[in-house]
Design a protein around this ligand. Structure first.
Ligand code: ZN
Length: 147
């Protein structure tokens, strides 16, 4: 290995990229599909994509478990988007529709939504149930930042 890097899963094609620490990660493009690895937006994932992101990313991954019928989830969606634009590429922001992906919701024992779970190297390291504002979300993530 010539240079230190972090593994980042492409949100578009799910392939694993190595992003050198010496270059700005925000500008990094996927070696396979050539699209930006960071777009400043959360990505909706299915179970297969979820597993790939949780297991292969070197950056922490925060997941918003939500559903279309949930009012507080809708209220929190713009907050999640705003904070993802601010905190990428230090975190990857994903969304899981608990109606479409009931297996994932069951696996993590999601009883109320929205619930956010922060993953690091495949492990759930923190979780928060209930909607939050941008300030609280930022503070929660920074508190659990992995360096
Ligand atoms: Zn790609």
């Amino acid at each position: 290995m010539s240079e230190e890097g972090r593994h980042v899963v492409c949100p578009h094609c799910a392939s694993i990229n190595r992003v050198p620490l010496s270059r700005p990660a925000k500008a990094a493009r996927c070696g396979r599909c050539k699209q930006g690895l960071f777009t400043g937006q959360p990505f909706s994932v299915d179970a297969a994509q979820f597993d790939q992101h949780i297991q292969k990313n070197d950056i922490p991954v925060v997941v918003d478990f939500w559903a279309a019928w949930c009012g507080p989830c809708k209220a929190m969606a713009p907050v999640f988007e705003k904070v993802s634009a601010e905190l990428e590429p230090d975190f990857r922001f994903l969304k899981v529709d608990t109606e479409a992906e009931q297996g994932l919701a069951a696996r993590y024992g999601i009883r109320s939504i929205p619930t956010m779970i922060l993953f690091a190297k495949g492990e759930a390291v923190a979780r928060h149930a209930g909607a939050v504002n941008a300030e609280a979300l930022r503070a929660w993530l920074r508190q659990h930042e992995i360096r």
